[in-house]
Design a protein around this ligand. Sequence first.
Ligand SMILES: *[C@@H]1O[C@H](CO)[C@@H](O)[C@H](O)[C@H]1NC(C)=O
Ligand SMILES: *[C@@H]1O[C@H](CO)[C@@H](O)[C@H](O)[C@H]1NC(C)=O
Ligand SMILES: *[C@@H]1O[C@H](CO)[C@@H](O)[C@H](O)[C@H]1NC(C)=O
Length: 141
Amino acid sequence: MFSFLLFFGLFAFTQQFSNQEATVTGNILCKNQPIRENTTVTIWDDDFIGDDELNSTMTDNNGFFYLYGQEFVYFSFQPFISLRHGCGPVSLCQCGKRCEYETRIWIPSTAPGETHHMGKIRLDRLPAVNATVITTASCLA
Ligand SMILES: *[C@@H]1O[C@H](CO)[C@@H](O)[C@H](O)[C@H]1NC(C)=O
Ligand SMILES: *[C@@H]1O[C@H](CO)[C@@H](O)[C@H](O)[C@H]1NC(C)=O
Ligand SMILES: *[C@@H]1O[C@H](CO)[C@@H](O)[C@H](O)[C@H]1NC(C)=O
């Protein structure tokens, strides 16, 4: 118990809880067409103990979304957005059937009142994996 308190005491010494937020907008397209209306876009904090879901919204009929998420964090704040879609890349679909894809895109945190504009997010042109993008596929039965 003592070492537990000491451990967190030391952390408290060097780090503080702080309120962090991210406001983000974008326009999600697949092959130059807006993604399906009412696709859910979720904002998360990438946390090593388990990701925290912060908020979600739906795309409009032109593929636009606006999301705001905030969290009182002790460790770092590493927000990302995620969505499920059918736009591939089909090379990830290894089951010989149709797949559903989940894309995660890491975004910067923003100061209060600021918005990160992602512009056009062309799902068919995203890398499957890079430092800020990960797409995974799951087989549709
Ligand atoms: C999207 O959601 C709105 C509001 O709930 C609804 O009126 C509309 O029919 C939905 N569109 C589709 C394509 O499901
Ligand atoms: C979710 O987003 C809406 C719209 O921006 C905002 O009003 C609401 O406070 C957000 N919820 C949380 C838990 O941040
Ligand atoms: C990852 O891909 C996205 C979308 O193409 C791009 O905006 C971003 O700069 C890339 N990141 C790195 C670290 O290459």
